[in-house]
Design a protein around this ligand. Structure first.
Ligand SMILES: *Cc1c(COP(=O)(O)O)cnc(C)c1O
Length: 448
């Protein structure tokens, strides 16, 4: 383990800040180390953790040093309420240019006419769209949460489920069908016919298959619904040409910028419709947010610039190739995957088929001890609570950024199998941990 250690002794003063604005750090010491050694040490430990573990949480990635540098810049100091050319504060000339670059790059990346790059997160982007499109109590259709949806798509604990009226469609549940575990487009059509939702939502957090946006649009048109795709997970695959585009089919598209897009943590709203674009702009500011995070918007622009490079297309393709190899290797070892495989960056392992006693919670905690970071996840036809679950979700975006290729994923599948069949045995887990660390050491240290 790293030599840096941090005392969380409650008797120690909480604040150990030494330097003020403009006070130079001593040579060889970063400003953060000089000013706040406790936080500096924790950041260093986290950096080390990221290097020594295999990051397989499907929604995570490693942003570039350039993205982090922009995010750590002086742009954090500025209030820029409003939009480029229409600010409420003076001194925004450079911020206007930064935000305009982010918008133009986003539009190019997704081939659409309008982009709002101010949402602080994916959830904030969704909230703004909901404010723009709905009156309280309005009906919208989305997938059942346990089938791979997101909390902001109508969960009873989220504003979308408390103030709106969600109706849900499902995945194909008949295991004898070829398309078991894929979206059940007939159920989408049925729920729209029955409830006439104002909006039909697609886009998921744990769906391993390609989304047929054209088919969604047909259904939306048949029932007079606005079509909204939340592509938070697959945005980078879309940008890199490894998943079909939601345009021109969807009226509105929301996304995060930190998952497969590999940017800073944040959100974004895209559309091709000028009237909707105006409504989304006012719904973000002043509807649901105050001043934009201009340092994050600068980092979004940097990430979009990276995503526009040919190398990003190769990345997106490799993410999918890696996930397919991981899926194949696990299925060869007898594991059951939701939908029997994957088309994208993630897989869902249904643990009940191989070990009826094993919960997703235990599996994720054993894997963590072995240095493999994944999350428990509900699976189709879930029988356990969301706090235990019967599945784990595994993704390849972060490992692919580190440079792992399909053969490395085959090795990782072997590690996962050894952990899951160990019943939590400490000796096995320690041995896998050593193998994980030597695999990590074969790849360059992560920057920043
Ligand atoms: C991750 C995710 C979000 C939320 O993004 P945050 O930045 O965590 O708020 C929204 N929708 C979907 C489908 C997601 O997967």
């Amino acid at each position: 383990m790293p030599s840096l250690s941090v005392s969380l002794d409650p008797a120690k003063p909480l604040l150990s800040v030494k330097a003020g604005v403009g006070e130079p750090a001593p040579a060889g010491v970063s400003a953060l180390q000089a000013s706040d050694p406790e936080i500096a040490a924790l950041v260093a430990q986290e950096k080390d953790r990221q290097h020594r573990t295999l990051e397989m949480i499907a929604s995570e990635n490693h942003a570039s040093h350039a993205v982090m540098e922009a995010q750590g810049s002086c742009l954090t100091n500025k209030y820029a309420e409003g939009y480029p050319g229409k600010r409420y504060y003076s001194g925004c000339a450079f911020h206007d240019e930064v935000e305009t670059l982010a918008i133009e790059r986003a539009k190019r990346l997704f081939g659409c006419g309008y982009a709002n790059v101010q949402p602080h997160s994916g959830a904030s982007a969704n909230l703004a769209v909901q404010l723009a499109l709905f009156d309280p109590g309005d009906t919208f259709a989305a997938i059942e949460l346990s089938d791979g949806g997101h909390l902001t798509h109508g969960s009873p604990v989220n504003l979308s489920g408390k103030w709106l009226n969600p109706v849900t469609y499902n995945l194909v549940t008949d295991e004898s069908r070829e398309d078991w575990g894929h979206l059940d487009y007939d159920s989408v059509d049925r729920v729209c016919a029955e409830h006439k939702p104002k909006v039909l939502m697609t886009g998921y957090s744990a769906y391993p298959r390609t989304i047929d946006f054209a088919r969604f649009r047909e259904i939306a048109d048949r029932h007079g619904a606005i079509l909204w795709a939340d592509v938070a997970h697959i945005a980078g695959l879309i940008a890199g040409g490894a998943h079909p585009s939601p345009f021109p089919h969807c009226h509105v598209v929301t996304t995060t910028t930190h998952k497969t897009l590999r940017g800073p943590r944040g959100g974004m709203i895209l559309t091709d419709d000028a009237d909707l674009a105006k409504r989304f702009n006012s719904a973000v500011f002043p509807g649901t947010q105050g001043g934009p995070l201009m340092h994050v918007i600068a980092a979004k622009a940097v990430a979009f610039g990276e995503d526009l490079q040919p190398s990003f297309r190769a990345y997106a393709e490799q993410v999918v190739a890696n996930a397919k190899r991981l899926a194949g290797e696990l299925m060869d070892r007898g594991y059951k995957l939701a939908s029997n495989g994957t088309d994208n960056h993630l897989i869902l392992v249904d643990l009940r088929a191989t070990d009826p006693e094993l919960t997703g919670k235990d599996a994720a905690s054993w894997l963590e001890r072995a240095g493999i970071i994944a999350n428990m996840n509900t699976v189709p036809n879930e029988t356990r609570s969301p706090f235990k679950t019967s599945g784990i979700r595994l993704g390849t975006p972060a490992l692919t950024t580190r440079g792992l290729r399909a053969d490395d994923l085959a090795e990782v599948a072997g590690f996962i199998d050894r952990v899951l069949t160990s019943r939590g045995d400490a000796a096995v887990i320690d041995a896998v941990r050593a193998d994980v660390e030597s695999l990590c050491d074969r790849f360059p240290r992560l920057s920043a």
